[in-house]
Design a protein around this ligand. Sequence first.
Ligand code: NAD
Length: 424
Amino acid sequence: MNTMHITVIGTGYVGAVTGACLAEMGHNVVFVGRDQRKLDLISSGVSPIFEKGLDDLLERNTARIRTTTDLAGAVRDSEVTFVCVGTPSLEDGSIDLGQVEEVSRTIGKSLGSDGNYRTIIMKSTVLPGTTETIVIPILERESGKKAFLDFGVASNPEFLKEGTAVEDFFYADRVVIGVHDDRSRKVMEQVYEPLDAPVFFTTLRTSEMIKYTSNAFLATKISFANEIGNLCKKLGIDSYEVFEGVGMDSRIGHQFFRSGIGFGGSCFPKDVRALIAHARATGIEPFILDAVMERNEAQPANLVSLLERHLELRGKTIGVLGLAFKPDSDDVRESRAVPVIRALLREGARVVAFDPIAADNFRPLFPDIRYAGTAKEVLDADAVLIVTEWKEFEDLDYRGKIVIDGRRIARARREAAIYEGVCW
Ligand code: NAD
């Protein structure tokens, strides 16, 4: 294998995982970040985020890992630079490219006049055409050089799932790489040479579109499952059994049919919104994608209205189990716990909440609710809402409790005195 010198910009979920995995593959990796505390953690072999297996990888590879806040210096000293900065939503749902543009300017200035060929890889999720029409022009303007002649460019969107991100990297269904020239393609082949995963080469903008299409399709599957789930609930049918039967059709499959209270996280909502805004700007009316978001926004309220069938909320204490947007993650971005708690407070309830690891990240969003030290404390409330399907919630004693379940915890379903599932 050909060891490469690689810079990874951004030490969030994608940057931290990508850098650690590249080091594990044998490359020398420099993490560039702005938060010295996070960089110090990485240097000492400790993960800055909660992600299974990441501590082990960082600890095992400290000899191959460096950290710095000096973006320009890191780019100059590297053959390859991965851009893993955030691409959040603007107010109107369109994509905020501020971080991408800012790092592109610094990278451009750092491409240097030493004649060394450097390749810049966009791993951040960006709309089709962004690398060609925004990133490359900035790089060329700031460097005075020509893309594909003096430096290489590739698109390499990330498909990891928080909670299983390390596994997803090493056992990827596919690695998607967008390139425009042979030299960038060869560099990417070298980067991924040690990885035993199918690599799909395509153009820059097709690669960018694959990322949005994948996320939009998965989000659609969830909203579809929720719409059918709501209907099942009204008809007294168990939607899980319905989707078990439906998923046996090999054209359809089982994944992503867990009906419940909808999707959150840092990707699905913002990527679907960005695609909607982009479609509209392009003159395409995104009927299906609009409906996917509408169903998702409406879904958490069902949990609270089911609770109101059993309890007048004013003055009552309601327990909320789960604050992370999904289990095995400390990420609370767009967590469904946010609209659920907002609705409870609006109805005059008091809230006591528990999450095994995400409470500290959640606290700034709702500083005035009570955060319990254990799940058991939450069960002492007047009623309990299950918002995240942490495995350990299967071990609780729900006997005698009122439980409204947004995620299908089997034990609660079996034991609770009063139990309602949101889609079953
Ligand atoms: P994040 O917000 O957790 O991390 C982004 C990091 O970039 C932050 O640590 C920020 O400080 C850093 N950064 C921004 N500007 C910088 C600069 N000038 N210099 C150094 N560091 C800088 O975001 P994330 O979840 O890691 O996502 C990154 C990208 O990957 C996004 O485009 C996202 O849509 C995409 N993505 C995320 C996931 C996921 O599950 N989180 C999965 C696939 C793709």
